[in-house]
Design a protein around this ligand. Structure first.
Ligand code: GLC
Length: 572
């Protein structure tokens, strides 16, 4: 990409990104864990789908307490996944096929086994002591009331040096101290090392947590609450914009337009996101916000599942469409390795509605303005796993949560049902390639059970079928590449308070697009107004959908979803 190209035609605006969770994608050596050679062997699947960019979840050396989001060496590949030579082969193949590769950058914290932390904890005078966040206790207890996102306190006592260290996640994931300039330089050097190896960008893990509130104050707590996940004190903190701008400048120099920089940002507001993604500020290109994937969380947290309120879901996504309309850019996602499967969550995984609802949700999301992200298996409509006991789960978030519920005398049945619905292992069951043993994922025993529905829900069954979820996604991706309206069109929500119909328009100076979807089983007749009469059907998810609009009234079957396109001249 030429450096002089204006930013508003940035290449990533018409790109579709596909996330690979290497552990669960494809296993080439039969040890039950996916690996880099497994990915190399399946690149044809991604090419057939038509995606532009692969985001690889962490493959670095790690003790794997959080499946690689606890890194002990930023410059090597974990032997579980292969070698640096395998990585170079993968990168070369990806580039040969015309795709790009984005690394996961996990630098809010390291593993406690990272040499930086090993040094830091060795003595209070060590040169790297200040690379992490160490504090004295307060009245014989933790320095403040912050809770870990993975349950319990965010502080761990270190016997050797007599201080506590901060860990917003597991105690084996100590937080780095970004106020230390040497640490920031070390992170930038690591990024430069990967850029020089040829990678095309970074997805930055919880990157809005890197600047904590000055003085690490207590967070407001409810009556009787001992630990608080203190978003107000560590998300979007005082220096975060400065640190990100510095990173972009130091790592990419004037070439930053060639790369894609995506920030994962729990708790981020649209106002903050505009700042992070304003091209003039040169920080990031887009952020992952969490509003729409929090609408079914109850007051007691994410596993307090309260069911779907479709109006709330629509409004959450629409709010972001509108807020970033003039400045900044949205990412669009339903799924990733931290979220349950969307067809089971916001769709309908009953076999009668499964395919239609998977396609409808894809249509809703891919019609919006932003860069769409697909998570492995989403293109097949993979579903949640029938989790029953805590022993079915491998994720430390699930295991820690279950343990803390038992310790606090909570309701175990409710906890297990929340975990089954929202737990992260739903996303992490092995990719379903075919109907054979272990879904074609591995010849060995998979590290996490394969979903029993792989006998009918798998890639082999869908790739050759003209009306599969996979082919629908192929079309969605092709449309984004071919029609500028998906990239440039402005966004106007319709029927926002309707609890079943999802509708919006996109408009450019020459064309207008209507997305309309019935997000329920019951059929509905909807008044879309006279201006759509004679509009052409661009995409439908059900057979025999009329190819032109002949009346202002549209009859929609259950989980019916459509794009209509109209030249603006015609209805104006
Ligand atoms: C991010 C990752 C998640 C991980 C956490 C801690 O949210 O997506 O998988 O557990 O950060 O690194």
């Amino acid at each position: 990409m030429a450096m002089t190209e204006p930013r508003d035609v940035a290449w990533w605006k018409s790109a579709v990104v596909y996330q690979i969770y290497p552990r669960s994608f494809a296993d080439s050596d039969g040890d039950g864990v996916g690996d880099l050679r497994g990915i190399i062997g399946r690149l044809d699947h991604l090419q057939a789908l038509g995606i532009d960019v692969i985001w690889l979840s962490p493959v670095y050396r790690s003790p794997h307490v959080d499946n690689g989001y606890d890194i002990s060496d930023y410059r090597d590949i974990d032997p579980l996944f292969g070698t640096l030579a395998d990585f170079d082969t993968l990168l070369a193949r990806v580039h040969e096929l015309g795709m790009k590769l984005v690394m996961d950058l996990v630098v809010n914290h390291t593993s406690d086994e990272h040499p930086w932390f090993v040094e830091s904890r060795s003595s209070q005078n060590n040169a790297k002591r200040d690379w992490y966040i160490w504090r004295d206790g307060r009245d014989g207890a933790e320095p403040n009331n912050w809770g870990s996102l993975f349950s319990g306190s965010a502080w761990e006592w270190d016997q050797t040096t007599g201080q506590y260290y901060l860990h917003l996640f597991d105690r084996k994931q100590p937080d780095l101290n970004w106020n230390n300039p040497q640490l920031r330089k070390a992170v930038q050097d690591t990024m430069i090392w990967w850029v020089e190896r040829g990678v095309d960008g970074f997805r930055m893990d919880v990157i809005n947590f890197i600047s904590k509130a000055e003085g690490l104050p207590d967070a407001a707590a409810a009556e009787g609450q001992r630990y608080v996940v203190a978003f107000s004190e560590f998300a979007d903190g005082p220096h975060v914009h400065e640190y990100l701008a510095e990173m972009t400048r130091e790592v990419f120099g004037g070439r930053d337009g060639e790369f894609i920089k995506i920030g994962e940002m729990p708790g981020v507001t649209p106002e903050q996101a505009r700042l992070y993604t304003d091209p003039d500020r040169a920080e990031l290109d887009m952020v992952f916000q969490f509003e729409h994937v929090s609408v079914d969380h109850g007051p007691a947290g994410k596993f307090d599942y309260v069911g779907l309120d479709l109006v709330a879901l629509k409004k959450a996504l629409h709010r972001w469409q509108v807020a970033l309309a003039d400045t900044g850019w949205n990412s669009l996602y339903w799924n990733n390795h931290d979220q349950p499967r969307v067809v089971s969550r916001f769709g309908d995984d009953d076999p009668r509605y499964w395919a239609a609802s998977a396609k409808a949700l894809g249509t809703v999301l891919h019609g919006m303005r932003g860069t769409p992200f697909l998570y492995q298996g989403e293109e097949l409509g993979m579903t949640n796993y029938p989790f029953r006991t805590v022993h079915d789960h491998r994720d430390l978030e699930a295991v820690n949560f279950h343990k803390s519920v038992l310790e606090l005398g909570g309701d175990e049945a409710a906890a297990l049902s929340g975990l089954a619905k929202i737990g992260r292992d739903n996303a992490r069951t092995p990719m379903q390639w075919d109907a054979g043993p272990n879904a074609g994922f591995s010849t060995g025993d998979p590290w996490l059970a394969v979903n029993p529905n792989h006998t009918w829900l798998n890639a082999a069954a869908q790739i050759s079928s003209a009306d599969s979820v996979f082919t629908h996604y192929q079309t969605l991706i092709r449309l984004r590449h071919e029609l500028p309206i998906f990239v440039d069109g402005d966004f106007t929500p319709l029927m926002e308070d309707d609890p079943q119909i999802w509708a919006y328009t996109r408009m450019t100076s020459t064309a207008k697009l209507l997305m309309i979807a019935n997000c329920g089983r019951d059929s509905r007749t909807v008044d879309v107004g006279p201006q759509w009469i004679a509009a052409d059907l661009l995409l439908a998810n059900l057979p025999e959908t009329p190819v032109t609009v002949t009346s202002r009234w549209l009859d929609l079957a259950g989980w019916d979803a459509r794009f209509y396109l109209s030249a603006r001249m015609r209805w104006r």
